[in-house]
Design a binder for this molecule. Sequence first.
Ligand code: FAD
Length: 543
Amino acid sequence: MSSTPTHDVIIIGGGHNGLVCAAYLGMTGLKVKVLERRAVVGGAAVTEEFYPGFRNSVAAYTVSLLNPKVIRDLRLHDHGLRIVERRAQNFLPTLDGRYLLATEGKTEQEVAKFSRRDAEQLDAFNREIDTGADVLRDLVLQAPPNLTSGRSLRGLGELVRAGKLGNRLRRLSTENLRVILDLFTKSAGDYLDQWFEGDLIKALFGFDAVVGNYASPYTPGTAYVLLHHAFGEVNGKRRVWGHAIGGMGAITQAMAKAAASHGVEIETGAAVREVLIERERACGVVLADGRVIRGQVVAANVNPRLLYTTMVTEGALSADVLRRMHNWRCGSGTFRMNVALSGLPSFTALPGSSVADHHTSGIIMAPSLGYMDRAYANARQHGWSREPIIEMLIPSTLDDSLAPKGAHVASLFCQHVAPELPDGRWSDHRDEVADLMINTVDRYAPGFKASVIGRQALSPLDLEQTFGLTGGDIFHGALTLDQLFWARPLLGHADYRSPVAGLYHCGAGAHPGGGVTGAPGHNAARAILTDLRWRRWRQAHKR
Ligand SMILES: Cc1cc2nc3c(=O)[nH]c(=O)nc-3n(C[C@H](O)[C@H](O)[C@H](O)COP(=O)(O)OP(=O)(O)OC[C@H]3O[C@@H](n4cnc5c(N)ncnc54)[C@H](O)[C@@H]3O)c2cc1C
């Protein structure tokens, strides 16, 4: 077997971050190969036919966090990507006939229906969130300062980067530094209770704190998850969420085209079994079918726990790293459904089944923070919440490529369910929980259940088995302070370089974490390029 590398970089996983990393590396002329286990690239950002004639974004379902630099550099629009805004951002109906409709320029007026005081607070609240989001925006495309010990040249470089971060923070007023501290440490509930009195306005923002986050909105640290969902934009409009025409798969198909246009080879149906390590350096991969593919370096787009506990031989890692990776917190508490509908739902709170603004929005069925808190407690005790938090999105109201004329598709993003059932297996309870989700929507929009022609239900176990998301974790690891920034995925390895020489992290398990951002892929490519150039320089000057 030849030990000469056939490629410069091998990427394990063709999720959006793997594709972004590959495209950036391909642009510099490197020979890159992406190996994807599934038959289709895109990871959790894919569009699939889940029922005959009905297509949908089957996992990730809405776009905002995708970094504008990535869109520009990869020329995703030239490769067919088109993102449209929702006509309204969010709709929160209640069972007693009230509702809150958040629409650009009209939200204040809507909030005032319930509390004039809350309406007056809204501008200042948004400014405060923007302060935090601006800091995050500055950080997402940078490797965090890496906490390394010793006095090496590398340590000096890290010191300079830590200094730059300090400088960035020093430019903030003391008041804004306090805001940052609040947003990084407090619970979303405590934070929102300081600002508002109305249940629905708090639920509107609180939902973002529990999305993919198996926690109560009153769990410390959840304010950060709220902020994490606020650093995005759609077509230049900040904090707005939108829809990619053709579904989330249109984003990753455009990325795959961008990568291919730079010579990247993409192989699907190619599951990696093991990272090949020789002389303490990653030098390729072994596929499930036994093939060996060699590269100068390897980048992993998969969850770090999956990487270190299944693909890297134990002997290559210290006991400390292994223990930490076994304890890497994964599990979103998310149950995901796709439904084919014969028509649009008519809500008791805002009747009508012809397309209206609220039908194009993220429809949040969880009317208060207390409700969300109970949903979490209930799931911890019983395995799933009897009154779940559901966001429903009906993308076919903005995109006629997804469903037959007159019919619709909807995404149901449901929380909270236990990543692992305290009692029983998900395969035995999937249908029962799927029925509960449909019945819950039906309570807000009677007739919804009868309009469901077909459905796909994905429990945490299904998310793991289908998409390789360990514990069904949509972020590749919880977004808690101990797993963020310089601790993502490990203190000392936040700069995309793993504990094994030649092995890199390029997925959502690295900074800045989950969501369809492209940022970990972008940042990892930079680290890989720097190292390969340095390696070549050293080799050239050895002679
Ligand atoms: C249900 C759900 C809803 C979400 N909603 C949104 C949303 O609306 N908006 C948003 O911005 N984000 C959303 N997210 C989060 C977002 O989709 C993820 O954080 C993001 O897709 C992670 O991207 P990634 O490229 O790092 O990893 P992934 O998308 O997980 O890609 C990793 C890839 O590695 C492959 N792989 C795994 N094992 C192997 C192996 N052994 N060999 C080869 N390949 C392998 C997988 O098949 C996969 O393609 C959602 C996620 C889920 C699951």
